[in-house]
Design a protein around this ligand. Structure first.
Ligand SMILES: NC(=O)c1ccc[n+]([C@@H]2O[C@H](COP(=O)([O-])OP(=O)(O)OC[C@H]3O[C@@H](n4cnc5c(N)ncnc54)[C@H](OP(=O)(O)O)[C@@H]3O)[C@@H](O)[C@H]2O)c1
Length: 279
């Protein structure tokens, strides 16, 4: 496939986050111009302040769009529709949206993008491996005990490096427009399995403790996690982890012609980097 976006700047919304940082690094490694879209970007981009969108979009040919905090929150479809409209007005034709599997609000946001008239690609993902190393599960893993309201329902955790590879292909190559790629890893694991693999890779004891959703919400609140974040996390653990996503999908292979990375590779790499060492 040929590069089509080599002359335009790509706005990477969420460009300092788990997926956006990787997308930006890959584009920069190819000497493609990148603008980071985040509150700390120049110019700053804030989902909460629509007046920041046009300056961030100005002069860009494409955008990687990761919404914050989550496409599952009410209002996300309207925000994506409005963002796509502003993007098209600015001449930013190619839009690649990061989405989540099994989330009603996210699927409405996908539809809003598909209806926008943009040259769109949707990257619809299962739970990220990197939640255990670059997000809210890092602290409990390092502390040696991960207590979650997740029992025996397995999920096909996907690697953020695969997400970034697919997004960059969609941003830079022909052939991905109008495509919805459903990305999962190659294996179903329960959260207990995942924590077990991390413990083995890190060479230390890390326990997985199943708790009820009420116990979990109370523990988050005790740690001063804001109410809206508690609501989002408990929603994700109840709705999204009810078995609806307990199946593999072949989006990585469709987009890239190769298999997705395995959780065990992620665990090995991350442990070797010392991220999970006991404090
Ligand atoms: N985690 C999962 O397992 C999972 C699974 C499927 C889909 N998703 C989707 O992934 C998306 C999040 O992507 P991610 O995990 O790559 O990002 P992330 O690691 O959560 O990072 C958040 C990014 O958004 C920026 N940000 C925070 N508040 C912002 C605001 N008000 N306006 C603009 N930017 C803001 C942050 O930069 P600044 O702080 O500099 O602004 C940062 O770049 C969500 O939409 C979620 O639905 C996640």
């Amino acid at each position: 496939m040929t590069n089509n976006n080599s002359h335009g700047t790509t706005l990477v919304v969420g460009g300092t986050g788990k997926t956006g940082r990787r997308v930006a690094e890959r584009l920069q490694a190819r000497d493609l111009p990148v603008r980071i879209g985040s509150r700390s970007g120049a110019p700053p981009f804030d989902w909460e302040d629509r007046s920041t969108w046009a300056p961030a979009l100005q002069g860009t040919a494409a955008a990687y769009v990761s919404y914050f905090p989550d496409l599952a929150v009410p209002g996300a479809p309207e925000a994506i529709a409005a963002f796509a409209e502003q993007a098209l007005e600015a001449g930013t034709q190619r839009l690649v949206l990061l989405s989540g599997r099994g989330e009603g609000e996210a699927q409405r946001a996908e539809q809003a993008l598909a209806d926008s008239g943009a040259d769109w690609t949707i990257v619809r993902c299962s739970w990220f491996n990197q939640n255990f190393s670059e997000s809210y599960l890092l602290e409990p893993v390092v502390a040696g005990e991960v207590a979650l309201p997740a029992g025996d329902v397995p999920d096909p955790f996907v690697d953020a490096d695969d997400i970034a590879d697919v997004a960059v292909a969609a941003l830079t190559q022909e052939g991905h427009s109008g495509r919805l790629y459903e990305l999962t890893g190659p294996r179903l694991l329960t959260f207990g399995d995942a924590v077990g693999e991390i413990a083995r890779a890190a060479g230390r004891e890390i326990r997985f403790v199943p708790v009820t959703i009420e116990q979990y919400a109370a523990a988050l609140a005790e740690h001063d996690v804001p109410d809206d974040v508690v609501a989002l996390i408990t929603y994700l653990f109840t709705e999204v982890l009810d078995g609806r996503n307990a199946g593999l999908a072949d989006g990585v292979e469709q987009a890239l012609g190769r298999k997705p990375r395995d959780f065990a590779d992620y665990a090995r790499r991350t442990a070797a980097a010392g991220v999970w060492a006991a404090e």
